[in-house]
Design a protein. Structure first.
Length: 263
DNA sequence: TGTGATGTTGAATG
DNA sequence: GCATTCAACATCAC
């Protein structure tokens, strides 16, 4: 589910509910998603402490503890944070939960277990280690263009490469390509400066609007491709034909006749 | 009921 | 180093 705007929404929810409350206890139901520590170490690192702030870079969301440590929540495909005050509301695929002193539970739900949760002593060092590129919400024009320069990969592969720019996933990549009128399978290095500038501006506009609307896709503008991402739909504006194929290893939709293939 | 798909990523492979 | 493929996992739609 989660790309940059969705992760940002998760972060906002956490800021509202998870901060400034002492952690009473932590229960781990499935330790598979804990990637750098045991369930015991995870509980010990949290219990008795308080979340003081958050940080996000791309799809990586960090919750900082008063101890100086941070918890990294990477949501994978199906991770989500759910809040509840009654244990009867616990979701079926909760992997762990954090009980706060005011009676709220922070539940981490993840059916497919692709999420990764880490307990970090130094999140800045971790961000460096992972090699995340600049956040796609604020990436500047020169870094954006440099990401494409001289590359033989497809334009979509560049947008999805988290070490070049962090936060874009499969759906927003298609949206960006559509609005920039670029075919997602275009060769990255063959795009003109003008085309790259346009794609850069669309990237910022699309992500900012999605963030402002809390990633609630139902209220996205009608001319966004998102709503037409379906072979049986008529394309927005009625022009061209909606196509689907694998690009950069991911199912990709585009509009033939509207998005230019640059090779 | 089998098959192929999935809003992700890193390890493996060429 | 770069580009591509595949596995990790559970569920859902044909």
């Amino acid at each position: 589910m989660p790309e940059l705007p969705e992760v940002n929404t998760v972060r906002k929810g956490f800021e509202r509910i998870g901060l400034s409350q002492r952690i009473v206890s932590v229960q781990v139901h499935d330790d598979k998603i804990l990637r750098n520590c045991s369930a015991e170490a995870f509980c010990k690192g949290l219990e008795g402490h308080t979340f003081r702030g958050t940080y996000r870079r791309g799809k990586y969301f960090f919750a900082d503890l008063d101890s100086g440590a941070s918890v990294l929540f990477h949501l994978g495909m199906t991770g989500d944070i759910l809040y509840y005050s009654d244990e009867a509301e616990r979701s079926k695929h909760e992997r762990f939960c954090i009980a706060l002193e005011d009676g709220m539970y922070i539940g981490f739900d993840d059916p497919r277990k692709f999420a990764r949760i880490l307990l970090l002593q130094d999140r800045e060092a971790y961000v460096k280690e992972v090699g995340l590129g600049p956040d796609a919400l604020t990436i500047d024009k020169s870094a954006f263009r440099a990401a494409f320069k001289g590359r033989s990969a497809t334009a979509k592969a560049i947008l999805l490469n988290q070490s070049l720019m962090a936060g874009i996933g499969n759906l927003y990549a298609d949206e960006i390509c559509y609005q920039a009128r670029i075919h997602p399978a275009s060769r990255a290095g063959a795009l003109s400066t003008r085309q790259l500038n346009k794609m850069h501006q669309k990237t910022l506009d699309i992500l900012q609007l999605a963030v402002d609307q809390d990633a609630y896709y139902k209220i996205y503008p009608d001319d966004w491709f998102w709503k037409w991402r379906d072979l049986d739909a008529r394309p927005p504006g009625g022009k061209g034909k909606i196509m689907r194929d694998k690009v950069a290893g991911r199912t990709t939709y585009w509009i033939e006749g509207v998005q230019k293939l640059v090779k």
